[in-house]
Design a protein around this ligand. Structure first.
Ligand code: SDX
Length: 428
């Protein structure tokens, strides 16, 4: 950390504030004493210029389209690594040895089963309940079952809870799908990989053997890797804020799932495929481009734009090539892929999108792959939450284990009435 300073004049005073540097990326101005020294707050709705914490997990350079997990570029991890290995990396900071990876995978595998009582929670939902609603409810309910691991001050409890969450999310997600289609739940199969087990719990049935297709398993595992973590995005910030009060990890992850559901965030993958279906054929693209540019029309191109990336989202690059792999492996075609490619081409050549630096993000192509594999659109954000759980718990652990950690409590610019006396009902 450098020790240079920034000075500013506010409230008639000139003050100096420390400037800190990370290993890479923008420096930060430490404003923690600003209110005490000037009686003024900073103002940054949406946190467009605010660093909420320091973290060593994920680095994004939005201008260059760079995404690093513990220093490793996402493109290299997507090509050479696995979701279990990336999970270990995010949690522990280093790539595992083969023994460490085997031990970690075995530990996760041995936590994949849910308490049998939790299966009854599903029967309280309507069959047509959105799977994200089910996931919010069931993950929040985990804290009713695992009291033996909710002392967040105990590193061992934090480790067990983290492993339980990573391990059980595929089971919870698969059960939500099974419940929606009226099929029996399929128990975890410990002989399979993390992702292979998820595919079998989702698409297998007790009446017959289920064969995991290696190309699909590889594509799904890569999609999980692409969604694993992403710096201080809205849902991760939600998990951190919930965790800052000392709430148990299951409640914090349930809060993150709820935030991810929004169409501006993780819900965009479902919204993007629904948008492509509404557009249908390439001849209708320009009409939607025109709508997206119309200030009076709330319509936006779903899967386009990003708070941080002002360049191509590196995850979207990998996602686009994965579409072709899955189509070849399953011998399928989807005209929506051509529509998506054409939409990207037209948008990126339009000055509106170029000037605002709007590029496809991780959600633009993912739905086409997930649909080809067999998932309904309502499951897309569930899959995002499944994968992001490791990022959420890694960031939560990083925050809780920081001795300087404090409860998050932002202030406001008050615009309401000044003090006034109560008026009795008889006088109103
Ligand atoms: C994810 O933060 C993360 O890291 C998130 C994520 C992760 O891994 O956790 O990467 C996952 O959430 C990806 C984003 C998924 N969301 C979408 O695809 C929804 C569509 N995109 C947006 O609504 C929007 O781009 C956001 C929400 C993603 C970002 O919004 P910002 O940063 O608040 O930017 P903005 O809304 O202020 O937009 C800037 C300008 C505006 O125009 P002006 O007011 O300047 O005239 O760009 C326009 C917007 O109208 N704009 C779009 C647009 N996105 C922004 N116009 C048309 N279509 C779009 N998609």
């Amino acid at each position: 950390m450098s020790d240079n300073k920034a000075s500013m004049t506010a409230g008639g005073k000139t003050i100096e504030m420390p400037v800190s540097s990370g290993t890479i990326g923008p420096d930060v101005i430490d404003i923690r004493k600003l209110y005490a020294q000037t009686g003024m707050f900073t103002y940054d709705p949406g946190f467009t210029s605010t660093a909420s914490c320091d973290s060593a997990i994920t680095y994004i350079d939005g201008d260059e389209g760079v995404l690093l997990h513990r220093g490793y570029p996402i493109g290299q991890l997507a090509e050479h690594s696995s979701f279990m290995e990336v999970s270990y990396l995010l949690l522990n900071g280093e790539l595992p040895s083969s023994q460490e990876l085997a031990d970690f995978s075995r530990t996760i595998t041995r936590h994949t089963m849910l308490h049998e009582q939790l299966a009854t929670f599903y029967r309280g939902f309507r069959r047509d309940a959105h799977p994200m609603a089910i996931m919010c409810g069931v993950v929040g309910a985990l804290s009713a079952f695992y009291h033996d691991s909710t002392d967040i001050a105990d590193p061992t409890h934090r480790k067990i809870s983290s492993h339980r969450l990573i391990a059980k999310m595929p089971t919870i997600a698969a059960m939500a799908y099974k419940y929606s289609v009226g099929q029996p739940f399929v128990y975890p199969d410990n002989k399979l990989s993390y992702t292979g087990n998820f595919l079998k719990m989702t698409f297998g049935v007790p009446a017959e053997e289920y064969e995991v297709i290696p190309a699909v398993e590889k594509a799904m595992d890569r999609i999980f890797t692409l969604h694993a973590d992403h710096e201080q995005n809205a849902s991760t910030s939600t998990v951190r804020l919930a965790g800052s009060s000392g709430a148990n990890p299951f409640a914090c992850i349930a809060a993150g799932i709820a935030c991810l559901w929004g169409p501006a965030h993780g819900g965009a993958n479902e919204a993007a495929l629904n948008m492509l279906k509404e557009i249908g054929t390439p001849d209708r693209i320009q009409h939607y481009i025109d709508r997206a540019k119309d200030k009076n029309d709330p319509f936006r191109l779903m899967g386009f734009g990003h708070r941080v990336y002002k360049n191509y989202d590196p995850r979207a690059t990998v996602m686009q090539s994965t579409v072709r792999e899955v189509f070849a492996a399953l011998n399928v075609q989807d005209p929506l892929f051509e529509t998506a490619l054409r939409l990207e081409e037209i948008a990126l050549s339009d000055p509106y999108f170029a000037e605002k630096k709007l590029f496809p993000n991780v959600d633009f192509y993912s739905g086409i792959i997930l649909s080809a594999i067999g998932f309904p659109t309502t499951m897309f954000t569930v899959l995002f939450a499944l994968a992001r759980t490791v990022g959420w718990v890694a960031q939560w652990n990083e925050m809780i284990s920081d001795p300087g950690q404090k409860i998050g409590r932002p202030r406001q610019l008050y615009t309401g009435p000044t003090s006034r006396d109560y008026v009795p009902l008889s006088e109103r």
